[in-house]
Design a protein around this ligand. Structure first.
Ligand code: AGP
Length: 366
């Protein structure tokens, strides 16, 4: 039964642990190994129409917006079509230019978020085409869109989004793969992404197996006055979502910054009282990220790295290792330890984990 905690202490922990199977459901029947692509039956857009798209604009609120940022990067990297994510709540207030060759994508777990629904209605009123990336079948946003991708992640009860977030990014990976293969993504690169997507559920299990070690870390750091989350390029939306999750359920202040921006201001905040969670994937930006860790340690900052390879001891206080995917998909796995960190910090502080103060699961009013 999806509506009990299934033996877990909270819905949130249950939903975090459901991710290997919810990702399998998002992928189910959609990967094509023969042609190294993805099939998405609900798009209502044929290859010719998709090829005419010159830009992708993604809209969502909160974590849906951050998942959209990961989606935009996937679309740019795999399909080489400019893509950008924007808070739906801002978009609808700024009289946006609606273009015929832009594909608009609305992201919502509940499918009932008023700001996102209003943005979709505004785009449609002005003749734009909108796809939905939605979890709840038959919801208002799903009904309003011209087509889309259902997540099939199953009901998400806890206010903080975890499994729907991950499935949203997986859905964007499928869209980017499909889009890429009718643009100029090579069969070899398509194959690389198909295999990496197939490997995700087991890799997520490997991260979840570290829950106890992350609980110890969370207990050590939960009393901090605040935490800094940093990442570069693909790592930045991970940092934003990690900071959001910590704020939402533990009420610990958290800031997310691009690692490259630290020296332009927030480095002044670094001290032993403000620990940093750093996303350090083993990719083309590894050396840059390690240099940033050195800058933090030189200011007596404490560092928790979420990495593929443990950096030298002088650069980190703690390290959580995650399995390596393909670089474009690494953000998905780097995010999972941050969910556990936020969850265990909230538990350590005695928070109301599934129903944090001041928040509703879906904001259906203006
Ligand atoms: C996520 O942890 C938050 N509770 C919140 O930011 C949420 O993602 C946002 O309100 C959008 O909800 P939706 O996906 O149902 O539209």
């Amino acid at each position: 039964d999806s509506f009990d905690t299934g033996g877990y202490e909270h819905y949130l922990l249950k939903e975090i642990h459901e991710q290997p199977t919810s990702v399998e459901r998002t992928l189910s029947g959609r990967l094509d190994e023969r042609f190294s692509t993805a099939h998405l039956g609900g798009l209502n857009l044929d290859a010719r129409e998709l090829r005419e798209i010159r830009r992708v604009k993604i809209l969502g609120c909160g974590s849906a917006y951050y998942a959209g940022e990961m989606g935009a990067q996937l679309i740019e990297e795999l399909a080489r079509v400019p893509a950008h994510s924007e808070p739906a709540s801002e978009f609808r207030y700024r009289n946006p230019v609606i273009e015929a060759d832009t594909l608009y994508v609305a992201v919502s777990q509940s499918g009932e978020t008023y700001d996102t629904l209003a943005a979709v209605q505004e785009i449609k009123r002005k003749g734009g085409r909108v796809l939905g990336v939605v979890n709840t079948v038959g919801s208002a946003i799903a009904r309003e869109c011209d087509g889309g991708i259902y997540l099939h992640a199953g009901p998400e009860v806890s206010v903080a989004s975890t499994k729907a977030f991950t499935s949203t990014v997986v859905a964007f990976a499928l869209l980017a793969l499909h889009f890429g293969r009718i643009h100029d993504l090579s069969p070899a690169d398509g194959r690389r992404i198909v295999s990496a997507l197939q490997a995700l559920p087991d890799q997520i299990r490997e991260v979840l197996d570290q829950s106890e070690a992350i609980a110890e870390l969370a207990a050590e750091y939960a009393g901090s006055a605040g935490m800094m989350f940093i990442g570069r390029v693909r790592g930045y939306p991970v940092a934003r979502e990690g900071a959001q999750k910590l704020k939402e359920i533990s009420y610990v202040h958290a800031e997310a910054y691009p690692a490259s921006e630290l020296k332009h201001g927030p480095l002044a905040l670094i001290s032993p009282e403000l620990p940093t969670v750093a996303l350090v994937p083993d990719d083309e930006l590894l050396d840059k990220n390690l240099t940033t860790l050195g800058e933090i340690k030189a200011r007596s900052g404490r560092v928790i790295a979420v990495a593929h390879k443990r950096p030298e001891d002088r650069l980190v206080d703690h390290c959580v290792l995650v399995p390596k995917s393909e670089p474009e998909l690494d953000p998905l796995l780097l995010n999972i330890p941050l969910q556990l960190l936020a969850y265990h910090a909230a538990v350590a502080l005695g928070r109301d984990v599934d129903k944090p103060r001041n928040l509703a699961k879906s904001v259906t009013v203006e």
